[in-house]
Ligand binder design. Structure first.
Ligand code: HEC
Ligand code: HEC
Length: 417
């Protein structure tokens, strides 16, 4: 009896929900522009808030998932008229929704499991970096020199075009996945051979700080595999070391061990990233290696993500606004200023070069490359100019003003076609 009553209530509720949904959808379809405008505003605001504050991810998630649910429930993605008006919006929500699913933490089109299965050959840590003595030496700052001697010894037996390039440095951008406060790294670039189908691998060990009790576990790999058309495909994987009681060290995938994963591409827009270390953290004997790996990065040409991500779904990036738009936003005469001239990021950070700097993106990296003086290339701006440049670029991208929407909003509303 109880069961029957509760079932009845359940079906009544369900019916209520269905009618609510269909009335809601019917109303939405009468005035899709109003709904889209409101949701685009909410989305851009939530993204801007999260860009500035890592703690705002719940609100952002709700916004993205809410829009995705409505698109699905109201079958808007099957509505030809809606699609033709709002193609960018639909595709963007699809792309942003990927890493909201628990089995798509990497944010790729396929589930994480499938990605790691299919790309194993590209991201394995080379056998010679799994030598037990090397692993022990590389686990601590105090024994890093021993680890480097081992690498030098390997180099003495390798051909000139197979020389490992390596150096240690402190990251100015982020800790390791297992410790937010750990910034020391050893980076080893292992040359590939495209004729033999061997990718170039950038293998990065997190190094335990001097005196720290708990060992750092993470080891990351990014690889670049040359395509026949001259572009490179990039592949990603994090590994975790397990320090056994008997002193041995085991390595397995971080995701496989159950420690989740990250959306690498939201920071790695250009596939592999150049290294911009903390000033003074690279010894004078290793400065040359930093320059060399950064030069190597530039030689890859356009980096892509194979069939796992279509970066064009994320739209135009920072600094793609027109001069007229800028004049309107920042005042007449603005385009004469040094800051305006420096808003040229998209000359190089565009789809067929370094990749667009678009949402989702990481504030720390953008901010650091601008205020740290690396970007834009070829400009010497004073500190004040640099912070103005940063602020203007961000404002121009995320503005939700109806009269003067920013880059992201304009694109989502189909106004940039
Ligand atoms: C929050 C931003 C961020 C995320 C997310 C991120 N990285 Fe990175 N990664 C960086 C930055 C910045 C560098 C450049 C070195 C530095 O400044 O620390 C870097 C460098 C690396 C390097 C050294 C080679 C290179 O590209 O310079 C590897 C390997 C690497 N990351 C792997 C990964 C993998 C694998 C993932 C995803 C599981 C990932 N990263 C996610 C920011 C990030
Ligand atoms: C003339 C070409 C050029 C311009 C203009 C330029 N960059 Fe770059 N950018 C590069 C190159 C090349 C690199 C790789 C590091 C290097 O070689 O200095 C890079 C690296 C970066 C990186 C780290 C890698 C990545 O893709 O995330 C960021 C962030 C960045 N630039 C931001 C900017 C911003 C913001 C602007 C505009 C204010 C800008 N850049 C203007 C060429 C350029």
């Amino acid at each position: 009896m109880r069961l029957r009553i509760s079932l009845t209530i359940f079906f009544l509720l369900l019916a209520g929900r269905t009618t609510y949904a269909s009335t809601f959808c019917a109303r939405l379809k009468l005035q899709p522009d109003a709904w889209v405008a409101a949701r685009v505003n909410a989305l851009v605001l939530a993204a801007h808030t999260l860009f500035n504050n890592d703690n705002a991810s719940d609100a952002y998630k709700r916004t993205v998932n809410g829009i995705a649910t409505t698109l699905r429930q109201c079958k808007l993605t099957e509505d030809q008229s809606f699609i033709s008006h709002y193609r960018e919006f639909i595709e963007y929500i699809e792309a942003l929704s990927l890493d909201q699913q628990p089995d798509h933490e990497l944010g790729f089109i396929v589930p994480d499991k499938q990605y790691f299965e299919e790309t194993r050959q590209y991201v394995q840590i080379p056998e010679f970096l799994l030598d037990p003595n090397f692993l022990r030496a590389v686990s601590r700052y105090e024994t890093l020199d021993q680890a480097k001697s081992y690498l030098r010894q390997l180099n003495s037996k390798r051909e000139s075009n197979e020389q490992l390039i390596f150096f240690s440095y402190k990251s100015r951008h982020l800790g390791t996945p297992d410790n937010d406060d750990s910034y020391r790294r050893l980076l080893i670039v292992v040359p590939g051979n495209s004729q033999k189908g061997i990718p170039e691998k950038w293998v990065q060990f997190g190094i335990t700080d001097p005196g720290a009790r708990v060992h750092i576990r993470n080891v990351s790999v990014v690889s670049a595999m040359l395509n026949p058309d001259g572009t490179n495909n990039t592949y990603f994987k994090d590994f975790y070391r397990t320090y056994m009681r008997d002193g041995s060290i085991r390595i397995k995938g971080r995701w496989e061990l159950g420690y989740g994963d990250d959306n690498c591409v939201l920071c790695h827009k250009s596939g592999i990233l150049p290294i911009f270390p903390v000033d003074g953290s690279v010894s004078s004997g290793e400065q040359q290696e930093v320059a060399e790996v950064n030069q190597r990065f530039l030689s890859y040409g356009t980096l892509r993500f194979d069939k796992y991500l279509d970066a064009s779904r994320f739209g135009p990036g920072l600094a793609t606004a027109s001069l007229a738009d800028r004049g309107g936003r920042f005042g007449a005469g603005f385009d004469e200023t040094v800051v305006a001239h420096a808003m040229n990021c998209a000359a190089c950070h565009k789809p067929d070069r370094l990749g667009s700097l678009n949402w989702p993106m990481d504030k720390t990296i953008i901010n650091s490359f601008i205020t740290g003086g690396q970007m834009p290339r070829g400009y010497t701006l004073k500190d004040k100019g640099r912070s103005a440049l940063y602020e203007k670029l961000i404002q121009e991208y995320f503005a939700t003003d109806n009269a003067r929407p920013g880059i992201l909003k304009s694109w989502l509303l189909g106004q940039l076609r």
